[in-house]
Design a binder for this molecule. Sequence first.
Ligand code: PLP
Length: 390
Amino acid sequence: MRNYKNIFANFSLPTYSRLGPLFVKGRGSWLWDSQGRKYLDLFPGWGVSILGHSHPRIAKVLGEQARRLVHLPNNLFSAEQALLAREISKRSFPSKVFFGNSGAEAIEGAIKFSRLYGQNKRFEIITFKNSFHGRTFGALSATAQKKYKECFRPLLPGFREAEFNDFGSFKRTLSKKTVAVLLELIQGEGGVNVADKNYVRQLRKYCFNKNILFIVDEVQTGMGRTGKLFCYQNYGVVPDIMVLSKGLGAGVPISALVVRKKIASIIKPGMHASTFGGSPLVSRAALEVFKILEEEKILKNVAKLGKHMRDRAASLAKNTPVIKEIKGEGMMLGLELDIPSYPVFLKALGKGLIVNSTHDNILRVMPALNSTVKDIDKGFNILEDILSAF
Ligand SMILES: Cc1ncc(COP(=O)(O)O)c(C=O)c1O
């Protein structure tokens, strides 16, 4: 392992603080390191690996597709991409889809689409305090958290920040130039903050009346995480644009910009593109994800395990006063601690459990959606051990 650490130190741009062992294998909710030690991963792939590690059906279709056709440029037709676009549209709202490779790339697409929609007259996008939309320049400019942006100014102009869950603040942030609102219905990186139902409905209605695009960033909340296929479906609203990534490919890099059909045709050939976007390989994997979600009744499991996670968290909070609040929805859980969460994350890793520390004092748990009660219980037992010692 030391050897690999040296190679990283010498040859990788130091953008990440990596730690822990060298992982060599994953299956379901488990990872194995090079010494054969097992780790329970309750934050697989940072929200990407919704079906756990190396789901056999994903492995199988990737193998088949790799032997048939891996890549095709986007000026040619592939069945896989067409079927995936149709699947997303059928499962969400009447829409047309553009494929990219990462969450940030799809956010960039949403920003460009908004600019186009505003016809050079309206170009401002309202985003929300503590949001996170990615690291590319547009996505970073949209991210309303100083710590990510400080070193990179000047950023892209045209973003205004409103308080989350505060309609009055939104109204005060509006201007004649507002063309869109970009919202995470549950802020993930920003601390697992759940948008209030009435607030979202009010916001949606206002946007509709004023011809402002209502864009939801479902990079983290999409693909079943909250118990519905898409989180907006919990709110009784329909967005104009939805951005998907992470769980869409359950591990392969893919993102989707999903635009309401009625407005989709304002974008014309040549205005936007992505060389790798929606290749036959990744599209085939994403199609299989939809099938697995259905056939393995994953949303039912999310409802059951989501409740179980909350119950476990609630009893943990009773016995461990360091837990201040339990936040989240479905299988997206944030434990707000009154101590920093990073040392807890480190202790958990030492005990063979992977969770996540975000926003200073939030412990984030986002297990694979096909986990079992046994996995969850094992993880919570370890957390109980750690947290009761504080
Ligand atoms: C809500 C949200 N949007 C966008 C992104 C950016 O995605 P990516 O890292 O794939 O660019 C993330 C990443 O964590 C995210 O959580």
